[in-house]
Design a protein around this ligand. Structure first.
Ligand SMILES: NC(=O)c1ccc[n+]([C@@H]2O[C@H](COP(=O)([O-])OP(=O)(O)OC[C@H]3O[C@@H](n4cnc5c(N)ncnc54)[C@H](O)[C@@H]3O)[C@@H](O)[C@H]2O)c1
Length: 341
């Protein structure tokens, strides 16, 4: 099987490429990535010469390129997106462009080159499309039946892209599936996100900026568990269905911060409370029963403290990588475009 993966030079995508090349010798991957600020060729330097891997530098908004690449592949896994909530609060435009228009462009490209709907399209999305849950009702979790209620420009753009994906299945009969996943952690995450930001700040002798009261809860899933679930959906999922992916691993930001401080041998004095994020969602939690009962998937790599500690160690051991990323050496042309707006 030849998969067109969009956004393969980012955090989750680069881990997907490495996972598939390692564990599945029957799969080839073509990675289409625009190399925005979070797309980094160095994330895949160790596999760039693998005969089952091809990199194409391009944008999902380029419909001719998408048609050509989808025509040459058996399936699409769509991960390319603007992915950081804080950036969407500063400027939502690139989020609507890449996440909504980009998804529609890819689906239109697929419709043209696959009129018999032989190919499969997995749209990788987030649990943030469901809005948030109260802190005092631990029994409540998101499932595939939860209505969409996104709160940030990021989650609204992902919700829009999910709706487009579902509509193309309903209207044109395309084999589209949607995944809604909780927060990922693991190697090669851009150090604007909380875990690599906190670890690298501590190594640099800086405090860790904790939003608000730190009580916000997230369900943490190891990136390789996520990628295994995405592949299970591609191979065994039902067209038109969506699947919630979670880690059974709910933690408050304060708990996460203490765990990182503990792993780094630091005390509470390294926490710097900062003004809360605008519109900050309180709690996300996933009920992944459908994925377990229908596709036989369960997380096996996400349990704390071991999984978090090995991720912290990865950043400690890969200072050259994140120092270059933090210094902006891998800022893409797209980043430059919207910084200059
Ligand atoms: N990180 C998480 O915790 C998480 C959780 C659930 C879902 N997701 C979803 O998973 C996907 C990947 O997230 P990530 O954390 O790896 O993000 P990331 O920001 O690390 O990577 C995104 C990648 O997409 C590329 N890209 C962006 N716009 C593009 C465009 N217009 N054309 C081509 N390439 C483009 C970037 O260059 C980058 O390589 C996203 O769709 C995100 O919404 C992420």
């Amino acid at each position: 099987m030849k998969i067109l993966l969009t956004g393969g030079s980012g955090f989750i995508g680069s881990n997907f490429v490495r996972y598939v090349l390692r564990d599945r010798d029957d799969i080839e991957v073509v990675n289409l990535d625009a190399l925005t600020y979070s797309g980094n060729p160095e994330n895949l330097a160790d596999v760039e010469n693998d005969p089952r891997y091809t990199f194409v530098h391009g944008n999902i908004l380029d419909i001719e390129l998408c048609r050509k690449l989808i025509g040459e592949c058996d399936a699409v896994i769509h991960m390319a997106a603007e992915s950081h909530v804080d950036r969407s609060i500063i400027d939502a435009r690139p989020f609507v462009e890449s996440n909504v228009l980009g998804t529609q462009t890819l689906l239109d490209a697929m419709r043209k080159v696959d009129p018999d709907n032989a190919k499969t399209f997995v749209h990788v999305s987030t649990d943030e499309v469901f809005g948030d849950l109260p802190l005092d009702r631990p029994e409540l979790k998101f499932s595939e039946a939860t209505p969409y209620a996104p709160s940030s420009p990021y989650s609204a753009s992902k919700a829009g892209s999910d709706m487009i994906a579902r509509a193309y299945h309903h209207t044109f009969g395309m084999k589209v599936m949607v995944t809604n996943c909780s927060n990922n952690f693991g190697p090669y995450q851009f150090p604007e996100k909380v875990i690599p930001l906190f670890v690298t700040n501590l190594i640099e002798g800086k405090k860790v900026p904790l939003y608000g009261d730190g009580r916000n809860v997230r369900d943490w899933l190891h990136v390789e568990d996520h990628n295994e679930a995405v592949l299970a959906v591609l191979e065994k999922g039902e067209p038109g269905e969506s699947y919630c992916i979670g880690g059974n691993n709910e933690r408050s930001n304060l708990e996460l911060t203490h765990a990182i401080l503990g792993a780094m041998g630091k005390d509470e004095s390294w926490i710097e409370p900062v003004k809360d994020r605008l519109g900050h969602d309180r709690r996300y939690a996933i009920d992944a029963t459908k994925l377990k009962t229908q596709l036989g998937w369960e997380p096996t790599r996400s349990a704390w403290p071991a999984a978090l500690e090995s991720t912290v160690k990865w950043y400690v051991d890969h200072a050259e990588w994140w120092k270059r990323v933090k210094s902006g050496a891998y800022r893409g042309y797209y980043e430059q475009q919207y910084v200059n707006r």
